[in-house]
Design a protein around this ligand. Structure first.
Ligand SMILES: [Fe+2]
Length: 279
């Protein structure tokens, strides 16, 4: 695996050879606050983020690209993105990001140490498409008309490439009623585009702070646990679980197939407060 020592916006994951599998790592829902001791649901989110980065950094397979799928910050403050950019630079792997409902896109873009939002990333024979499902002042997701039009045109132009979709909100139910109400509101429109082109091989999101795999528009769609606290699977109402911070690895093969799994930080020093009423 490529283990680039380059840092910052100049990183170029597109140099990965087309004849071998590429590894993507998905980090999501970091909820970083304005300082290192900011705590949510009993978890110091910066410290759990560091635990995940240390585990990732120690993995000899590492990653050709890290995708951070939104809610980087808990409240969209500039200091949170400074913590994020500093630690991602220390990690030293190429990375891409997309915004979540807790982020402020302009704030992320204002940080000169972060790469710009890149909707299409070239990675070997694969193309990753990052969509923005965040809506200002709204918890739930939605794909604006220009996002759908962009995806439609991109999939048409990328007919010879397998494509993986990344977004913050899942576009369909994952079996938690309170979170299912926050899914991408017009997921059916997304599904129609995915089905029409046939080159989207898998999709990945965050937001739901739990691992799930569902069928969406004929492709496997995966959700990924947060780098801080997790929500209880199968719950009708807000509920936290004791599951530790985690991240997802995704191996993308040249023939369009993929393999994926989640790595949890079982020895985390952070302790979830399950009595928390919200976040
Ligand atoms: Fe979210």
């Amino acid at each position: 695996m490529q283990n680039s020592t380059q840092q910052g916006p100049q990183q170029n994951p597109g140099v990965v050879p087309r004849d071998r599998a590429v590894r993507v790592v998905q980090l999501t829902d970091c909820h970083l606050g304005p300082n290192a001791d900011y705590t949510l649901a009993g978890v110091r989110t910066y410290h759990s983020f560091l635990e995940v980065l240390q585990r990732l950094g120690a993995d000899p397979g590492n990653a050709d690209l890290v995708v951070v799928s939104g809610d980087i910050a808990a409240q969209g403050v500039a200091a949170a993105y400074q913590l994020f950019s500093r630690e991602m630079r220390t990690l030293g792997l190429p990375f891409a990001w997309l915004p979540g409902n807790h982020d402020l896109l302009e704030r992320i873009s204002d940080n000169p140490l972060l790469p710009p939002f890149k909707p299409v990333v070239e990675l070997g024979s694969w193309r990753l498409i990052c969509l923005n499902t965040a809506v200002e002042d709204q918890v739930g997701g939605y794909l604006a008309a220009e996002q759908l039009a962009f995806l439609d045109a991109s999939l048409q132009a990328l007919q010879s490439h397998p494509v993986a979709l990344f977004m913050h909100h899942p576009p369909t139910d994952i079996g938690c009623q309170w979170l299912d109400r926050q899914q991408v509101g017009n997921g059916a429109e997304l599904a129609a585009i995915v089905r029409r082109h046939g080159n989207v091989k898998a999709g990945f999101s965050g937001h739901v702070h739990q691992e799930a795999q569902v069928n969406f528009a004929g492709i496997p769609f995966y959700t990924t646990p947060s780098t801080c606290f997790q929500f209880a699977a199968g719950s009708d109402d807000f509920a936290l679980s004791l599951d530790p911070p985690a991240y997802r690895w995704i191996d993308l093969y040249p023939d369009g197939s993929h393999a994926t799994g989640v790595i949890a930080i079982d020895n985390t020093r952070e302790q979830v407060d399950t009595h928390t009423a919200g976040y």
